[in-house]
Write a protein that binds this ligand. Structure first.
Ligand code: HEC
Length: 143
């Protein structure tokens, strides 16, 4: 086998692989874009860092704090992308301690909020890759 042939195969193989990965990037949460375990990890981090204001059941503990479930979830989350919500939470929550948690922890918390609101889980964990997160729209759960 000559070297050019090997190089061509290499490009074909990996080039095709990356096109494939883009095609496979999910466009909506209906596909199940995070895992149940990830949402569970998010629950623990939420209880420690967010529940004091937003409530253990994601229903606000005071008029100054928005709820993160029910009607509030439908208006502020459905139709947005996971990227938008992740970016907001990471750069503004908790107030006065913005960016105090790691990106993966913020994202796990976001998956917990989604799961709590009956967005389906799937079999692959979500990682904090904004390019991908910005493409995934939060869809009304079907059941
Ligand atoms: C000290 C109280 C406090 C804590 C702790 C807190 N928040 Fe908030 N949160 C607020 C207030 C006040 C607002 C409304 C002001 C605003 O939107 O900037 C808000 C708004 C939000 C919103 C926007 C509403 C929506 O549904 O899009 C989200 C999401 C959110 N918080 C998530 C979190 C998460 C996740 C955590 C934990 C990492 C957290 N908050 C911790 C007080 C708090």
């Amino acid at each position: 086998m000559n070297r050019c042939f090997v190089a061509a195969c290499f490009i074909l193989f990996f080039g095709a692989g990356s096109v494939h990965a883009q095609e496979r990037a999910p466009k909506s949460t209906a596909a199940g874009v995070f895992t149940e375990e990830q949402a569970k990890r998010g629950a623990a981090a939420y209880d420690a860092n967010c529940a004091g204001c937003h409530g253990e059941k994601l229903l606000s503990l005071g008029p100054q704090f928005p709820s993160l479930a029910g009607r509030a979830f439908r208006t502020a989350w459905i139709g947005k992308t996971i990227g938008e919500k992740f970016e907001f939470v990471r750069k503004s929550m908790p107030p006065k301690a913005e960016r105090s948690l790691g990106d993966q922890v913020y994202l796990d918390i976001v998956t917990y909020i989604l799961r709590f609101n009956r967005i389906p889980a799937g079999d692959r964990p979500l990682t904090p890759d904004l390019e991908i997160l910005n493409q995934i729209q939060i869809a009304t759960p079907t059941r």
